[in-house]
Design a binder for this molecule. Structure first.
Ligand SMILES: Cc1cc2nc3c(=O)[nH]c(=O)nc-3n(C[C@H](O)[C@H](O)[C@H](O)COP(=O)(O)OP(=O)(O)OC[C@H]3O[C@@H](n4cnc5c(N)ncnc54)[C@H](O)[C@@H]3O)c2cc1C
Length: 463
């Protein structure tokens, strides 16, 4: 016989979207379960070794993400896992976002766990979600498996925070995947290098600003040279992207994979340690188990090749060594549900806002095309766009909300809204909405958005 448990709100997937959803639901009085396949919380931010949150500001420097996400950053600062400067959010001269928030994965694991426990969230780790429990057109719970065997967890509201909309898809909700041909962005395997002399690297940036992304958004209105001249410390350039000539030279010698024109890395709170985001596996569908295995194998080979590249070509990296590599592949793009509202490229670029918004986004529309080309579009005039509640509500399926990367959005809009600060803002809204559905005895589709917005404002969120 399959054991059963029951909660008001059941959250499948404990990436940063799922974590914030669960905290928000529990804080608003719902009995809440949060479950994940890993032994810790955070998803791509911890298992994927992502190393930073983008972005708590629009390009004007106005705060667009607050409430629970800021509590998480504050908790990491207290543990030394985020910089105390600017409440964790370092100015980002790259220009793809106003600020970047370097975050240590170990601090984040502890802080998210403590906030969940304090809010009264019931955690079920080392547990795989098998699929939804369906009753008519309604998701009535999830089926999970762990060392104790298989069980059903019933929920009045179920939240799909799997990052891939696995539950929504299995429940029959409509979705899109990738471009018109179903091709998705590249997958990456992050890793960390120790033994790095960042002063040497910064000296090179100042000498050759033409080799780096600096001031990319036209709103910045400054040349690369002007920006480089203002960099005083390696902390002043926390998200580095460039080394074009070096990559070109290494490619010509067969020493670098073909899928990138430049390398990317983030500083960390540990001096001499950086997080490398420069592997790139193309042509793998993230909802295909076998493809993910092949991507992981290719990723591991690329970690070695990219490390050799850094040691040979990048100033300050001659003595670098691999500290660790991620336990999860970094999947940029997967399913996107078709919701009651779909966020579009035009909405984002025009910085459109409405009375339906439950959060804001401002990160550039960042798409790694299947060809390997990286395309960035920018939100107009340094503004932010609104994220409507309907993006979380899948069509055709009741009692289900979808949060995180797969919310209803077109491809380029998703290239912006998928980043951590934006999905955490969406998470706070999703969890609060779920708890309100319990007290109001209504389905997520019928929740009055004006009341949700009011509650979110009361609880410190920016809507
Ligand atoms: C290569 C790359 C670079 C990026 N760079 C940045 C960046 O610099 N800054 C930034 O802010 N964002 C960045 N992002 C975006 C961001 O990391 C993701 O969009 C974000 O992690 C999505 O969060 P999520 O909570 O929706 O999903 P995830 O973080 O993927 O979390 C999903 C969780 O669900 C769990 N799960 C899924 N299926 C199951 C199942 N069946 N059973 C049990 N558990 C399950 C997983 O274990 C995981 O913990 C990047 C993403 C990638 C891939």
């Amino acid at each position: 016989m399959v054991d059963e448990m029951r909660f008001d709100v059941v959250v499948a997937g404990a990436g940063m979207a799922g974590v914030v959803v669960a905290i928000a639901a529990a804080k608003n009085g719902a009995t809440t379960l949060l479950t994940d396949r890993f032994t810790f919380l955070g998803g791509n931010a911890t298992a994927g070794l992502l190393g930073n949150f983008l972005t708590f500001h629009n390009m004007k420097g106005e705060v667009i993400c607050a409430g629970i996400p800021q509590e998480i950053v504050d908790g990491c600062i207290a543990l030394g896992g985020a910089f105390p400067d600017h409440r964790g959010h370092l100015p980002n001269p790259y220009g793809n976002a106003y600020s970047v928030t370097p975050i240590d994965a170990e601090a984040l694991k502890l802080v998210t766990q403590q906030l969940c426990v304090r809010a009264g969230v019931r955690l079920m780790l080392n547990t795989y979600t098998l699929g939804p429990v369906l009753e008519g057109g309604r998701v009535a719970g999830i089926r999970v498996v762990n060392k104790s065997g298989e069980r059903v967890v019933r929920g009045t509201v179920v939240i799909d925070a799997t990052g891939d909309a696995d539950l929504a898809a299995a429940a029959g909700a409509p979705f899109q995947l990738g471009d018109e041909a179903g091709r998705t962005m590249s997958i990456s395997l992050f890793f960390r290098l120790g033994g790095v002399d960042l002063d040497k690297h910064l000296a090179y940036v100042k000498q050759r600003p033409d080799q780096f992304m600096l001031g990319e958004d036209p709103y910045v209105g400054k040349s690369r040279e002007e920006i480089a001249a203002g960099l005083k410390h390696w902390k002043d350039y926390p998200l580095v992207t460039g080394y074009y000539e070096a990559v070109k030279e290494a490619k010509a010698r067969g020493e670098f994979h073909e899928n990138r024109e430049r390398v990317v890395f983030s500083i960390t709170t540990t001096p001499g340690v950086v997080t490398i985001n420069s592997t790139s596996m193309l042509g793998y569908t993230p909802t295909d188990g076998e493809a993910l295995t092949r991507a992981a194998l290719e990723g591991r080979e690329q970690v070695k090749a990219v490390t050799d590249f850094f040691r040979k070509y990048v100033p300050g990296f001659a003595n670098a060594f691999v500290l660790d590599s991620a336990s999860a592949l970094g999947v940029r793009e997967s399913r996107r549900i078709v919701g009651e509202h779909t966020l579009t490229t035009a909405d984002c670029i025009a910085a459109r806002k409405s009375e339906q918004d439950i959060g804001q986004g401002a990160y550039c529309l960042d798409v790694h095309e299947p060809s390997g080309k990286i395309v960035h579009k920018h939100v107009r005039d340094g503004e932010a766009y609104g994220i409507p509640y309907g993006c979380l509500v899948p069509k055709q399926v009741e009692s289900l909300l979808v949060v995180g990367r797969p919310i209803s959005s077109d491809r380029y809009a998703n290239g912006s809204v998928r980043v951590q600060a934006h999905i955490m803002a969406v998470g706070q809204a999703g969890g609060t909405a779920a708890a309100m559905c319990i007290t109001k005895h209504c389905s997520p589709r019928d929740l009055p958005v004006a009341e949700l917005r009011e509650k979110l404002r009361e609880q410190g969120a920016v809507v």
